[in-house]
Design a protein around this ligand. Structure first.
Ligand SMILES: Cc1ncc(COP(=O)(O)O)c(C=O)c1O
Length: 433
């Protein structure tokens, strides 16, 4: 009758009050007070996130329908990560529709519990070939691929140290933080000297992983992958490269910056998404067959979750296959991004310079950034996402623009006119200094 002893002990401790469970009520009140104070602070600082209700129109991308309480309005979206418009490619849509018809809506199980269809297997083979790797492994999203994949690697060997670029995505940081026992050293963004100094200072016998991205999503700059691989070889480190903002977009067949630079074979693990350049959904890791098999066998974020719906796998498979043979989309993206940049420059608008398709426009203050985005939407029917802390450091708030092959000259001209109207001259002058 151990539970009776426990009850008497508890009653002695809490003087009988245990039956009213006062602690439970206090916890709820404390949590609610915390939520309310936190939300008030976010609103005060102009960082409260409001999701615009935007209805994507597959035949008319990048036009969307903006749903407001007082009606619906057509707007041009300048902040979609469907960078190549593949989310509306007719072959991709047909593949998805066929798969829904043939296999239903959901996978109905984890990979291990009847959730591995031939479509999943074919997509993994296609992704492995895209990166010139022996194997690839699908995850529920790019976020989960990073979180689960990095943690699985870092927990494999005792004393693992991960060398993380300072601007790495939250999903990579989640993977590093979630890895029990691993050390983390942060190197200055894209700074090879700092990386080398930090690698040299670490114990030479410790297992090391260099984790970085190819295209950084908020600044639009690109990592020197080959030079980072040189350092990895010199210091006996493995490399983990996030190509989320590059797959489909760069390289002869859409294999990303590592393909463009001819260095994919030097990177140990390449991570990507099917949700941006490929326009669908899901994430993956590609690499050595045994490494990928090990991650498959140990990563909780893969094992304990339902696999991608067959229609998603079918659409992604078609998108990867189509894009491999569609360099015209990549050329059109580069041309449109260049046209956007030169139009902004000609109008004297403040943009962060960078070599990629991502074009940040400087604002420099959180509340102002939110207001600029709101006026663009309400007064000019243009949607551009305001990027605030913690996604970027305070004082570097910006709008994040991405041209796609479907943004016309007229859309660029309308955007420039609107930005000139809503960006305060003070912000423009400050950015120019
Ligand atoms: C660098 C980077 N990695 C991973 C992800 C997550 O990808 P997904 O949207 O497929 O979850 C993102 C998302 O934007 C990202 O920016």
């Amino acid at each position: 009758m151990r539970w009776i002893n426990w009850l008497f002990a508890a009653m002695r401790t809490y003087g009988g009050g245990i039956l009213e469970m006062p602690d439970l009520m206090d916890t709820r009140r404390a949590f609610l007070a915390h939520c309310q104070a936190n939300l008030a602070a976010l609103r005060r600082e102009g960082r409260y996130r409001e999701f615009a209700h935007l209805e994507k129109l597959s035949g008319r991308f990048p036009l969307y329908r903006w749903h407001r309480p007082d009606g619906v309005r057509e707007v041009t979206v300048w902040s979609s990560n469907d960078y190549l418009g593949m989310g509306a490619h007719p072959q991709v849509l047909a593949a998805a529709a066929r798969a829904v018809e043939e296999h239903g809506a959901g996978a109905g199980g984890t990979r291990n519990i009847s959730g591995t269809s031939p479509l999943h297997v074919a997509l993994e083979a296609e992704l492995a070939s895209l990166h010139g790797k022996p194997a690839a492994l699908l995850f529920g999203s790019g976020y989960i691929a990073n979180q689960a994949g990095i943690a699985a690697v870092l927990e494999a060997l005792p004393g693992f140290i991960v060398f993380s670029d300072a601007k790495n995505h939250a999903s990579m940081i989640a993977g590093m933080r979630g890895a029990k026992g691993a050390g983390r050293v942060i190197w200055r963004h894209n700074d090879l000297q700092d990386l080398e100094a930090k690698l040299a200072a670490a114990p030479s016998g410790a297992p090391k992983l260099i984790a970085f991205e190819s295209v950084y999503s908020m600044d639009g700059d690109i990592a020197p992958i080959g030079a980072i691989c040189d350092l990895a070889e010199r210091y006996g480190a493995m490399t983990y490269l996030d190509e989320v903002h590059a797959v489909g977009l760069y390289g002869a067949t859409g294999g990303g910056i590592s393909e463009r630079d001819g260095v994919a074979h030097r990177v140990d693990l390449i991570e990507g998404t099917l949700a941006k350049g490929f326009g669908v959904f899901g994430g993956y890791i590609a690499g050595d067959a045994d490494m990928v098999d090990y991650i498959r066998s140990t990563a909780g974020g893969l094992i304990f979750t339902t696999s991608l719906p067959p229609a998603v796998a079918a659409a992604a498979l078609e998108s990867v296959r189509v894009l491999k043979r569609l360099p015209e989309r990549r050329v059109a993206l580069a041309e449109r991004a260049a046209a956007l940049k030169s139009a902004l420059d000609a109008a004297g608008l403040p943009r962060l310079d960078g070599p990629s398709h991502i074009v940040p426009v400087w604002v420099g203050e959180a509340e102002l950034c939110r207001q600029v985005a709101r006026r663009l939407l309400e007064d000019h029917a243009i949607y551009a996402t305001p990027i605030n802390y913690p996604t970027v450091p305070r004082g570097t708030e910006r709008l994040r623009l991405c041209a796609t092959p479907f943004h016309t000259d007229a859309m660029i001209a309308a955007l420039v006119t609107a930005l000139q109207a809503v960006l305060p001259t003070a912000a423009i002058r400050q950015a120019a200094e």
